[in-house]
Design a binder for this molecule. Structure first.
Ligand code: ARG
Length: 587
């Protein structure tokens, strides 16, 4: 399908041509004066300058021709030379009817590509905290948008599972349980299947170890040694590390599940260590990387740079590899295994410069060809009401699980206040609606911007919120359920030419979906989908308030209303699925 605005532009362009002007002047946009008209074309103004004549004369000539067009209900040329148009009810109806029969609701799909989304990025052995919310849910939504658009998308969590934190945890475990076989280098038997700690222990072990290492140089040295032993493959350390990974990952999965975040790959920094020695050797041999003050570096600055881009350090002077060494090796592995057309990284925007360096180094070293697009989506901070990064009441770092529970509990109290409903159902509904509040509160902002976590606003059933969107869907579901209970058959009805302006307005919003998806895909922007669902929910509610639906006596009209709200529901549900949440049946 073509986008609605493109169809309108073609029609108006043809009229310009017929009037003796170039068709490029016919570009149509949604009116910025909805009180005057629905769509507008400003092409006569620019054209008049070239032609040295009055714009209103051109606009008049074009409008005369367009008055004959079945696409428009009314066309008017107004001073100084605008063309104001209202679309014909029949045309918008046909367009939306076509969309409703299309499996992607008219979204225009490009050739399917393999795309890797690198998101989440949690670090093993530390509890997930609020800072892990944005990379997870923005990444998940981008993944779902790209999947909807027909791409083969692979989500990789890319855990931090290989650095010094691992050595710290192992050192602290050894302090507490020195007799474990993992630390006995003469031990040749099988290691225990059960981990010697729980996830609760781990959450406490890491901060303890980290604090001790800062105070005690000897402890710190032991942690570094343990890290080295792990990295060089000492058997007991590997076995203990496996336990840390398993315990940590199963807990992460449990929390990500609450957010509807699901990864295809559970790879981490450790997964590509085997590639690093050869990769670095090749970089040195080809001359891309060279030695500087004992370190191995790649120059990545360009003449066109307006700010200083420091070289990418691949190996430190002490021989250790770094965060970016691993990222480069990961690019190498992904290219070899999946041949992606694009790799998208979702992290805090403070890593902007870092990714610029890594991407340039990867291209320079030939790890990717120029057919591969490397993209970084850098997001802003979730702040508290004080405008500073969000903290717990006592100023600590809030665990992600607590944040999710808090919003779901608030929602539960709110639901219980409003209505007499049994506990189990209230809980279930609160979990679904609370999640929508959290995800929508975040995703409705352009990712790069900071935003304020405002619990009361997010859980409100009114305004631009997740619960408002769900409330709208539930409203439609309940009308449809009543209709069916009265013996109606929803699927038997078809859309019809709109009979009132509210029905037409709703169709116009629906008709913008292909355009919305084009923008959301091109800009990797979930907030565009939020803006669309909000417009759509508003249009649906206006229609609902102004139209008798079930009470309509004319069966044909009633049937077309049922078809329209049912399609609107499908559209809303498809969209919220791309945002990562779903609607309950009642609320
Ligand atoms: N673990 C990293 C951090 O905590 C984020 C990982 C992002 N992904 C990547 N490929 N570097 O900052």
């Amino acid at each position: 399908m073509k986008k609605l605005l493109d169809l309108l532009t073609e029609e108006v362009g043809a009229a310009f041509e017929k009037a003796g002007y170039k068709k490029e002047a016919g570009r149509v946009s949604v009116s910025n004066r909805p009180d005057l008209c629905e769509y507008q074309c400003n092409g006569a103004m620019a054209l008049a300058k070239e032609q040295k004549c009055a714009p209103i004369n051109i606009a008049n000539a074009v409008a005369e021709i367009l008055k004959e067009s079945p696409v428009f209900e009314s066309v008017e040329a107004v001073m100084p030379g605008f063309i104001n148009m209202n679309i014909s009810s029949d045309f918008i109806y046909r367009y939306v009817a076509d969309m409703s029969g299309n499996p992607k609701f008219g979204a225009i799909l490009s050739d399917p590509k393999t795309i890797i989304v690198d998101y989440g990025g949690p670090n093993i052995a530390k509890a997930l905290h609020v800072g892990h919310l944005r990379p997870a849910i923005i990444g998940e939504s981008i993944k779902r948008i790209l999947k909807f658009m027909g791409h083969n998308v692979i989500g990789d969590v890319h855990m931090g599972d290989w650095g010094k934190p691992m050595g710290l945890v192992m050192t602290e475990i050894q302090e507490r349980q020195p007799d474990l076989p993992y630390f006995d280098e003469t031990f040749t038997g099988e290691y225990p299947k059960e981990p010697p700690f729980t996830v609760k222990d781990l959450e406490e072990i890491y901060p303890t170890a980290s604090a001790k290492s800062k105070e005690d140089p000897d402890y710190n040295a032991r942690a570094l040694e343990a890290t080295l032993k792990l990295q060089s493959g000492v058997r007991g350390y590997r076995a203990l590390w496996d336990h840390i990974i398993n315990v940590s990952v199963s807990d992460m999965k449990r929390i990500y599940e609450k957010l509807h975040v699901e990864f295809d790959l559970w790879n981490g920094e450790s997964s590509v260590q085997y590639l690093i020695p050869d990769m670095v050797r090749e970089m040195k041999e080809s001359g891309v990387a060279y030695e500087s003050d004992g370190a191995i570096v790649i120059d990545v600055k360009k003449d066109t740079d307006t700010k200083e881009i420091p070289p990418c350090i691949v190996v430190k002077s002490d021989g250790a590899s770094l965060y970016n060494t691993t990222d480069l090796a990961t690019i190498k592995e992904r290219v070899a295994k999946y041949d992606p057309a694009q790799i998208i990284y979702i992290t805090d925007k403070r890593q902007d410069l870092y990714f610029e360096q890594v991407f340039r180094a990867a291209i320079k070293a030939g790890l990717v060809s120029d057919r591969v697009t490397l993209s970084h989506i850098g997001f802003g901070t979730m702040n508290g009401k004080d405008g500073k990064p969000f903290k717990t009441r006592d100023g600590g770092v809030m665990r992600l699980e607590d944040l999710i529970n808090d919003i779901q509990n608030e929602m539960y109290s709110k639901i219980k206040e409003n209505k007499d409903i049994d506990d189990a159902e209230a809980r279930q509904t609160a979990d679904i609606v609370g999640l929508s509040a959290l995800l929508y509160g975040d995703l409705s902002n352009q990712a790069v911007k900071d935003y304020v976590f405002d619990m009361e606003r997010f859980i409100s059933f009114e305004g631009n919120t997740g619960p408002y969107i769900l409330y709208t869907i539930v409203r439609i579901k309940s009308i449809l359920a009543k209709y069916e209970a009265q013996g109606g058959d929803i699927a038997s009805h078809k859309l019809g030419v709109p009979v009132n302006s509210y029905e037409k307005d709703l169709m116009k919003v629906l008709a913008s979906f292909p355009q919305v998806m084009e923008g959301a895909e091109a800009e990797l922007a979930p907030h565009r989908i939020c803006a669309f669902v909000y417009d759509l929910a508003n249009a649906l509610n206006s229609f609902y308030h102004e139209t008798k639906i079930l009470a309509e006596e004319d069966e044909e009209k009633k049937g077309q209303y049922i078809a329209l709200i049912s399609f609107t529901k499908d559209m809303l549900e498809t969209c919220i699925d791309m945002l990562g949440f779903s609607a309950p049946d009642r609320m």
